[in-house]
Design a protein. Structure first.
Length: 81
């Protein structure tokens, strides 16, 4: 289903079509509605370029679960770090 955003709305938001796609993809990723790869594809960017867009907006590209953090801390502890 196509999403239509008028030129007037884009002008009001001070965005061009490409910028709107990137913004939309970043916000959907931030809301955990899209995976990193899906959001990058929606934005029309490579994964690396999309991660840079996320970084510019202060959005973490990777969000480990509490269990993953505990496992990482346990590994660091075993390594004596």
């Amino acid at each position: 289903m196509p999403l239509v955003i008028s030129d007037a709305e884009l002008r009001e938001a001070r965005l061009n079509e490409r910028e709107a796609k990137v913004e939309f993809a970043c916000r959907l990723f931030e809301a955990e509605k899209l995976t990193l790869w899906s959001a990058a594809r929606l934005a029309g960017l490579s994964r690396v370029a999309f991660e840079e867009e996320l970084r510019r907006r202060g959005i973490a590209a990777y969000r480990p679960s509490p269990a993953e953090l505990r496992a990482d801390l346990a590994t660091l502890d075993q390594l004596g770090v």
